[in-house]
Design a protein around this ligand. Structure first.
Ligand code: E4P
Length: 217
């Protein structure tokens, strides 16, 4: 499973990248707003740091304008994945942009039927939003499992990019189901390292070590 980081914060991406944890990056207009940076500038910096796919989202809503924006974003670097919304216009833009050899991430996917259309339109990635489904008392993980089953039934090669991750459980469960990629905020990725029994075990080892009176260095 590939792990993408869901942020436009350069420092956070660099910190995780130093440990080899970043297979790619996803951004969206809200994350650009949060970063306080210019979209073209910050996306260029991210692409210079990360070899894997970097999703940059269009903001137009009609296909022709999405295609124009997508081409401009794709000029930033060869590892740009143009992010388009899962609307009819977004699917049209996806078809054209992938036809030009560009990576496309079809985002805001909330149903299996939408995911089927994204695959048919040639999407490189489809992004089902787990957390936002959970927020309205639907089952985000069930959507990941259903898309996995349908894509496997028919050999669709669009990669399932589990998004809108709220917790480490979402990541573990997406991996168990077989999502190709999970994109998560930096804090959630760091939380993957935490376990209360690790902390408890370490405290016990440290206490016993202190009693030995020894030093390694
Ligand atoms: C990533 O591609 C999505 O834009 C992101 O995961 C959305 O997450 P949110 O629902 O927490 O805003």
């Amino acid at each position: 499973m590939k792990l993408f980081v869901d942020t436009a914060e350069i420092d956070a991406i660099a910190e995780l990248n130093e440990l080899g944890m970043v297979d790619g990056v996803t951004t969206n207009p809200s994350l650009i707003l949060k970063s306080g940076r210019d979209i073209l500038e910050v996306t260029r910096e991210i692409c210079a740091l990360i070899d894997g796919p970097v999703s940059a989202e269009v903001v137009a809503t009609d296909a022709q304008a999405m295609i124009a924006e997508g081409r401009k974003l794709a000029e930033i670097a060869p590892n740009i994945a143009v992010k388009v919304p899962l609307t009819w216009d977004g699917l049209r833009a996806c078809k054209v942009l992938t036809g030009e050899g560009r990576m496309v991430n079809v985002t805001l996917c909330f149903s299996v039927n939408q995911a089927i259309l994204a695959a048919k339109a040639g999407a490189t990635f489809v992004s089902p939003f787990i957390g936002r489904l959970d927020d309205i008392n639907l089952d985000g993980m069930e959507l990941i499992a259903d898309i996995r089953a349908v894509y496997d039934n028919y050999g669709f090669d669009t990669q399932i990019l589990a998004a809108s991750i709220r917790s480490v459980n979402h990541i573990a469960e997406s991996a168990r189901i077989g999502a190709d990629v999970v994109t998560a905020p930096p804090a959630v990725i760091k939380a993957m390292a935490a376990h209360p029994l690790t902390d408890k075990g370490l405290a016990a080892f440290m206490a016993d070590w202190a009693k030995t009176g020894q030093k390694i260095l």
